[in-house]
Ligand binder design. Structure first.
Ligand code: NI
Length: 137
């Protein structure tokens, strides 16, 4: 574990009460952990804004019976194969598939790929989960 540093923070009482209630609902074990998570989240956002190499998980839910849907999703992924590290396909039920695509590269390229996949007709749900390479945070 990294060396810990203590520091004092002055906040409005009401703001802190709301924050404590918020982290209690999320079962966060300690206020310091919640604050560290917020700082890391902000650093990840900054990493994405600066256009450095980032990692992310794109998730998709779709009905594989929709005409041409699978081939469109595969075509898009082959066109951007340099970004994709791996993908996993789970058959949720008779109709629905869940796909997780792990990507690494420039944030704009990743966002563009996620948008292309999301826009394919028949995709019921998609998300782009920004993460970090862990360097510098
Ligand atoms: Ni499937």
């Amino acid at each position: 574990m990294d060396k810990l540093t203590r520091f004092g923070v002055s906040l409005e009482k009401e703001l802190l009460s709301k924050f404590d209630l918020h982290i209690k609902k999320q079962n966060c074990p300690a206020r310091s952990k919640a604050i560290a998570d917020l700082i890391r989240k902000e650093l990840v956002k900054s990493e994405w804004d600066k256009g450095k190499t980032v990692v992310a998980a794109i998730t998709l839910v779709y009905d594989h019976h929709k005409k041409d849907l699978i081939s469109k999703l595969i075509d898009i992924q082959h066109d951007t194969h340099g970004l994709i590290i791996s993908s996993q396909h789970i058959h949720l039920d008779h109709n629905n598939c869940f796909e997780i695509i792990i990507v690494k590269g420039a944030p704009q390229k990743i966002k563009s790929l996620a948008d292309k996949l999301k826009s394919v007709k028949g995709v019921k749900h998609s998300s782009l989960n920004a993460a970090t390479t862990g360097k510098g945070i």
